[in-house]
Design a binder for this molecule. Structure first.
Ligand code: 6R9
Length: 654
């Protein structure tokens, strides 16, 4: 975005609102007074939230921002993160409460109570200590969604070692890059993983990654698939069950400083090298616990919660491991893919465990839409009472579908905006408090400040659009990029340096009520004949057409209009195949929904869209097609053959 127009040309006409039911509001964890209380004394509000945790030593100062942009929260406080997530629930008499209902992809299951979890984490902590891991060391974890992944993370936290979880689907090159960058001493992985009904080896990839990796002293291998071919390197590799099972269940957690580093999590930036986002202990745990409690209205001992993310992403860290466990959750953890062995797997699990809070991503919601309404309709989903969304802007069409077909048309849907860097949810409605609007994340949570500004950093008026910034520090904010302070300052703090704003990299706008609508990354904002049009907006219009299952839109260079809108569309299964008429209909539909300026220059009907392993559409690759360029690097795609499928289909006109 170069110049400031009166607003992004966001012409979304969505204006439905869904006020909370009186019954829900009556029992909600938060109420409107929280906003005022937090506004009148932000630090006192956060101090109150920190009381959710057990502190071995109380802090002397809530916030020290004198070293900005590196914050210190709860200065002088000491706590043990794992103790807070596990032991204290056992000590308060809840040792028998199920912490994790684990569901393996092939159908095997395992329940772990808080007492079980305490034993497992203590043993794993003793095991790591026996290998010489001490506070401040880095441990890389590449594991699929099995209980040991959570146990390993908590064991690191317990002894003050930093974990760096690397998504199970990442390539050996990606793993090696992360292991080297953090100089990890120990790597924890498994023999193999179940994916779409098949056992795939994992350890062999890890070995390939670690060949010659100097920092790595030990590799711990969890047995999952039982692959007899699993290679073990003498002297370096040890089986989890050999090492951990024989350890004592006694382990005394040490209290660490509130600013003691908790983990590093790599995320991609605009350049090729991933950024190791660093989070610390006290502020992070405070904000993830607080947000998990109010955003999902979580009631310990009553709710059954399920966040479908993978622990390889920040959502798994904050809303499977730390926030929920700090709040004494009972949660489902599922190992596999949503269509194995059938497309009703999630609904079957919700029915079986009586899941009451379900948190997932728009890409999956749209996939469910594509599979058909009749699939969830076959299951009893009456236990559900809160639905959440995260990861990308949710188009109103998908939001409404989610509420109607999963939420019986009556339960709150919370669209939660946040990032790896923010550590915890920042902008979201509160169930029982906010009248929700399909497609809008709405308001910063109590205690959080986020504003939409123009190029000069001035806040835009209602109806206006620009950049989303965070203008006040928050407890779970990143404390840096591992080993690259310069990049940390440059990426997030240089854009509005004189104002001290954190630059989120997302475009946003206010509606006339002052609610925030996220419009996608700023590099996804198109400029067509001087009009700013968000890719999300056009996608949303396309998806609102009955024949469309999913759409991705890019701005392609255009000699006359600056950028032209190019759309890639997947049609629903029951729609006629995409002939010229279908394409014309869709172009007209967008013109009707948004306005003639948003009419796509070109619409390509495709069988699949290129997505990263975390489900984000890689528009860069679609732009390559739209601009007739050689297709760029596809290594971070979940399925690298997708690009071939798309280009072949286009060549043969299918
Ligand atoms: C939690 C997570 C962060 C980026 C963020 C934004 C997009 C996430 C969103 C959303 C609109 C939401 N994003 N949630 N956009 N509405 N509710 O996804 O972290 O993987 O670091 O991605 O995702 O663009 O900047 P991360």
């Amino acid at each position: 975005m170069t110049e400031q127009s009166p607003g992004l040309s966001n012409l979304l006409t969505e204006n439905r609102t869904f006020p909370p039911s009186p019954e829900f509001a009556e029992q909600a964890n938060a109420d409107t007074s929280w906003y005022e209380r937090a506004e009148s004394d932000r630090e006192a509000f956060w101090a109150e939230q920190a009381e959710r945790l057990h502190w071995d030593t109380k802090w002397s100062q809530v916030l020290d921002w004198s070293g900005a942009p590196v914050a210190k929260w709860f200065v002088g406080g000491k706590l043990n993160v794992a103790y807070n997530c596990v032991d204290r629930h056992v000590e308060s008499g809840h040792g028998d409460q199920v912490a994790i209902h684990w569901v393996g992809e092939p159908g095997d299951t395992r329940d772990l109570t808080y007492a079980d979890l305490k034993n497992e984490v203590s043993k794993a902590a003793n095991a790591l200590t026996s290998l010489g891991v001490t506070a401040g060391d880095r441990v890389a974890i590449q594991l699929q969604m099995i209980p040991e992944a959570i146990v390993a993370m908590l064991a690191c936290a317990r002894i003050g070692a930093l974990h760096s979880v690397v998504f199970g689907g990442f390539s050996p090159t990606a793993l090696r890059q992360r292991v080297d960058d953090a100089a990890a001493k120990v790597v924890i992985t498994s023999d193999g993983q179940y994916r779409r009904g098949k056992a795939a080896p994992m350890k062999a990839n890890v070995d390939e990654a670690l060949a010659g990796a100097e920092s790595v002293e030990k590799v711990i291998v969890v047995r999952r698939t039982g692959d007899p071919e699993t290679p073990m390197t003498e002297g370096r590799d040890v089986w989890w069950h050999d090492l951990v099972d024989e350890q004592s269940v006694e382990h005394t957690p040490e209290a660490f400083d509130a600013e003691h580093p908790l983990f590093i999590l790599y995320t991609s930036g605009t350049t090729g090298k991933p950024k190791g986002i660093l989070h610390t202990s006290g502020g992070y745990l405070t904000q993830v616990a607080y947000t998990h409690n109010v955003v999902f209205d979580h009631k310990p001992g009553e709710d059954v919660y399920w966040c479908t993310a993978d622990i390889g992403w920040v959502t798994g860290h904050s809303y499977i491991v730390y926030g929920p466990l700090a709040n004494r959750v009972t949660q489902v953890v599922y190992e596999g893919t949503p269509n194995t062995p059938h497309e009703g797997r999630h609904w079957e699990i919700i029915q079986k465990y009586k899941v009451s809070i379900y948190y997932t991503a728009p890409t999956l919601i749209r996939t469910f839409m594509k599979w058909g309404d009749d699939i969830p309709a076959r299951y009893d989903l009456s236990s559900l009472r809160v639905l959440g969304s995260v990861g990308e802007p949710i188009n109103p069409e998908a939001w409404i579908w989610y509420r109607e077909h999963i939420g019986r048309g009556e339960i709150p849907v919370v669209d939660t905006w946040w990032q790896t860097e923010t550590g915890a949810i920042m902008i979201s409605p509160l169930p029982g408090v906010t009248a929700t609007k399909p497609g809008s994340a709405q308001k910063p949570l109590p205690g959080i400040s986020a504003i939409v500004v123009d190029d000069t950093g001035k806040e835009v008026p209602p109806g206006g659009g620009g950049y989303l910034v965070l203008d006040k520090p928050w407890p779970s904010m990143l404390r840096g990029i591992w080993g690259d302070d310069e990049r940390f300052r440059e990426t997030y703090w240089s854009r509005f340096a004189d104002l001290g704003y954190y630059f989120a990299g997302d475009g946003a706008k206010y509606d006339d009520d002052g609610d925030i609508w996220l419009l996608g990354r700023v590099d996804d904002v198109m400029n067509v004949s001087g009009h700013r049009i968000s890719t999300t907006e056009v996608e949303s219009a396309l998806v609102s057409h009955p024949t469309v299952a999913e759409a991705a839109v890019v701005g392609a260079t255009d000699p006359t209009t600056g950028q032209g809108i190019v759309a890639f569309v997947i049609l629903r299964g029951n729609a006629a195949d995409g002939g010229e008429q279908a394409v014309q209909d869709l172009r007209n539909h967008v013109a009707k929904e948004i306005g003639p300026i948003a009419k796509p220059r070109q619409i390509m009907i495709v069988p699949e869209l290129p997505k990263t392993r975390s489900g984000k559409i890689m528009r860069r690759l679609l732009r390559d097609i739209a601009e007739n360029r050689q297709i760029g690097d596809v290594t971070t795609l979940a399925d690298s053959s997708v690009m071939d499928l798309i280009t072949q289909g286009l060549q043969t006109g299918k």
